[in-house]
Design a binder for this molecule. Structure first.
Ligand SMILES: *Cc1c(COP(=O)(O)O)cnc(C)c1O
Length: 406
């Protein structure tokens, strides 16, 4: 057995099954409930506050904003809804273009479409997996014109109004450069930080760089509310508008119903927020474990030619939401996928590039997307859940209490 794919599959099984003792199926990213989840959810049932308002909704808004270093949070029913509402709140209008990376989960582009705008896809850098600042700047310089209507994309005649960077697998995009490029042209920046809760770019938390950022609490993210998300922003007026827009745009009155615009029912239920508050108390513990798991993986594959663990960008600290291996080519990638999944170790190929999906085949693009195309052909995500590195001396003892303050 000399091929890197088979050797890598053996090394992964050796670590997960023999060294770490995980028997049976090992999932890509399973949630872990080790703190006050039962207590807080039971509290909702005991008090009857299970639905669209309640103390846990406000608490999760505050906790998430604080984790992102932002002043305000608006809880929403999921991350996609958060991106949709935030785009509208930032003034993105039907017909506009919003710059998105080609490599992302489809929700990023769908939120743009749902706002009536169109995604314009740009390439990534292989060292961050996020939007390539040089290619973005080059595109603005050569393919767009500054006019009294704003920045206009010459080929489509549409106005570019926002840039939507994504922190792929939790690895920070180069927000310093991307914010500078966008702001020099008067564009809004919305950060898709769905995967990046707790990640830091040059010491500052992801989600806190853009005019607004969105965190997802889907079941496979670092911490979960079952389904949910929070929009974070430093802009109090924007937070107020977004709270209004996501709660049916009802004019404040104790008795009467009136609505000053067409709003959304994008509320996060209190029972979901309760689960999320308990999960957020575990955030530091989970990130510590995920970073230690990444170190183990990095050392495990370091001696093997033809495969390496994708590591956090220099100067940044990733939450390592999903660890990623890069193989030399597609054939090795496919063989590794086959061997690991046949052994009940769940591994997954990268998403198809969004502009290569049937849904977005007609969307405009800024360049040839060659770096993104090269990465997706060679990348595999490997098991990364916060329970994998749980100290097994605690596994069947007393539940581990939450890290941080309550
Ligand atoms: C998970 C995710 C979303 C959407 O979040 P949901 O809560 O599932 O709607 C958006 N963007 C990216 C990059 C994601 O990974």
């Amino acid at each position: 057995m000399s091929d890197a794919a088979a050797q890598a599959a053996d090394l992964l099984a050796g670590l997960l099954r023999h060294e770490m003792g995980h028997t049976g199926r090992v999932a890509l990213h399973e949630p872990s409930f080790e703190g006050h989840e039962w207590d807080y959810v039971k509290d909702c049932l005991d008090t009857g506050w299970v639905s669209s308002v309640g103390a846990y909704v406000e608490k999760i808004e505050t906790m998430t904003a604080r984790a992102c270093g932002a002043g305000h949070g608006v809880a929403v029913v999921n991350g996609t809804a958060g991106l949709h509402a935030a785009l509208i709140g930032l003034g993105v209008a039907p017909g506009d273009l919003v710059v998105c990376p080609a490599l992302t989960f489809v929700a990023t582009a769908n939120a743009v479409s749902q706002a009536g705008a169109q995604p314009l896809f740009v390439d990534i850098t292989p060292d961050t997996l996020g939007i390539d600042p040089d290619k973005l700047d080059g595109f603005f310089e050569t393919a767009c014109d500054a006019s009294d209507k704003g920045l206009v994309h010459r080929a489509t005649g549409r106005q570019v109004t926002a840039v939507l960077p994504v922190h792929v697998f939790g690895h920070p995009a180069d927000m310093t450069a991307l914010c500078a490029i966008a702001r020099a042209r008067g564009l809004a920046v919305l950060e898709d930080a769905a995967e990046a809760l707790g990640s830091r770019h040059l010491g500052k938390a992801c989600g806190g760089f853009g005019d607004a950022g969105v965190i997802s609490f889907n079941g496979n993210k670092t911490v979960t509310t079952g389904g949910g998300g929070v929009i974070v922003t430093d802009d109090a007026a924007l937070a107020g508008r977004l709270k209004h827009l996501t709660t049916t745009a009802r004019v404040a009155d104790r008795l009467w119903f009136d609505h000053d615009s067409i709003g959304f029912n994008y509320r996060m239920p209190n029972i979901n927020a309760a689960l999320g508050c308990a999960q957020l108390e575990m955030l530091d513990t989970f990130i510590d474990r995920k970073r230690r798991l990444a170190d183990r993986y990095d050392a495990l594959f370091a001696g093997l030619d033809g495969v390496r663990l994708f590591g956090e960008p220099a100067g940044d600290a990733s939450n390592y939401w999903l660890n990623a291996l890069l193989f030399a080519d597609e054939t090795a990638r496919d063989r590794f996928l086959e061997l690991t999944n046949a052994n009940s170790i769940e591994t997954r190929p990268c998403w198809r590039l969004i502009p290569d999906t049937a849904a977005y085949a007609a969307a405009p693009r800024a360049d040839d997307l060659s770096a993104a195309r090269d990465i997706v052909a060679r990348l595999v995500n490997i098991p990364s859940g916060p329970g994998l590195m749980k100290d097994r001396s605690q596994a069947n003892g007393t539940p581990r209490l939450a890290g941080g303050s309550h």
